[in-house]
Design a protein. Sequence first.
Length: 138
Amino acid sequence: MPRPPLPDELVEILRRPNPAVMGTVSPGGAPVTVATWYLWDAGRVLLNLDAGRARLEHLRADPRVSLTVLDGEEWYRHVSLRGRVTEIVDDEGLADIDRLATHYTGQQYGNRTDPRVSAWMEITRYHAWAGGSPWGGS
């Protein structure tokens, strides 16, 4: 698996509001995946979680994380990122979840009462696949 920086053609896919699946490791060592919103932000990935979610506890115990982004225009193409969450902060004023919601829906996030947490993913490795072959320098 190549290391960052990612080629421009992959960054272009990551900048879009594409479907994505986040993977964490449970305290017992089991892989856990869940669909999620993400935002590509200058070489890092912003993830945002409800403060009560189990995957947040997974990240606090083991910061390893993966994110697979499906190209919304061509689902036979994907970019998979591996890395670590290097920063977990309270999402004061829901600013980060609003960035994500606006990116995906064009509107602020609807639930204004439950606390949220932002997690910043640093990418250590990546690969991409398109139509049965490696893509974008993978």
